[in-house]
Design a protein around this ligand. Structure first.
Ligand code: MN
Length: 247
């Protein structure tokens, strides 16, 4: 079963055992996307995970770090040609980060334009309290391109979800989203072919420890049960969704 797991958004380089965790994902065959929060982390991540079969690395500039890291956008641009996956990127209009929201929009616009120009990128996108703006920007800057988008930890309304579906977005679902029953209607209604799973570890706890990629099994089981599906079939569906996304 573990072979069929997908953790499409986690931060492996933020764990003390980063390198052994990569080997663990590789041994267990967990299809993992490890995201970076700053482009400075890219070379090291690429070095450690670049030759693995199951671990992919994304080139990011996290919206929560934009105010102090905006100068690293040049570095991000430099590395883009080496990256197939982009993230963590996006917008955060929560109270702690609202001050930098205008700057975040400038950075995200630049990132989307560069992805569109390069083509074939797969983006994992943060959209806290900013779903309509994130969707409008995807529509404006990415829609005519060959890039694909995954909305990570989506907490928008069902109406916003429909708009995202029409734009071709995928959704990576994590344990916190499932914990909140308010989201269950959405989790039941998302088109099954657009669903991926994620841990967002180490930012999400699982049984008292920071979630690790194999903890994504719990999310697969719970989501299958919410949707009234057999866990093995659902797990295979998620693998197929990943193949489709990466095709
Ligand atoms: Mn994250």
């Amino acid at each position: 079963m573990a072979k069929n797991l997908v953790d499409f958004h986690c931060h492996l380089d933020l764990y003390p055992d980063f390198e052994s965790l990569i080997s663990e994902c590789e041994q267990k065959g967990i299809h993992t996307l490890t995201v970076t929060t700053t482009p400075k982390a890219w070379p090291r991540n690429r070095e450690v995970a670049g030759s693995t079969k199951h671990v992919r690395v994304a080139l990011g500039l996290h919206p929560q770090l934009v105010s102090e890291r905006v100068k690293e956008l040049d570095l991000w641009r430099e590395y883009l040609s080496e990256a197939r996956y982009v993230g963590e990127v996006g917008l955060d209009a929560g109270p702690r980060f609202y001050k930098s929201f205008d700057l975040q929009k400038q950075v995200f616009e630049d990132i989307l334009k560069q992805c569109a120009a390069s083509g074939e990128k797969i983006l994992t996108i943060h959209s806290v309290r900013a779903v309509p703006m994130v969707l409008s920007m995807i529509e404006t800057y990415l829609n005519q391109s060959s890039c694909k988008t995954v909305l990570h930890w989506f907490t928008g309304s069902p109406k916003e979800a429909r708009r995202a579906i029409d734009l071709g977005c995928y959704f990576s679902v994590n344990a916190e989203m499932i914990k909140n029953e308010r989201h269950h209607i959405l989790l039941k209604e998302l088109p099954i072919e657009r669903i991926l799973t994620e841990t967002d570890g180490p930012f999400i706890q699982c049984n008292g420890h920071p979630a690790r990629p194999d903890d994504v099994m719990i999310t697969v089981e719970k989501l299958a049960s919410i949707r009234g599906l057999d866990t093995t079939n659902f797990s295979n569906q998620i693998i197929n969704n990943l193949k489709e996304l990466e095709a």
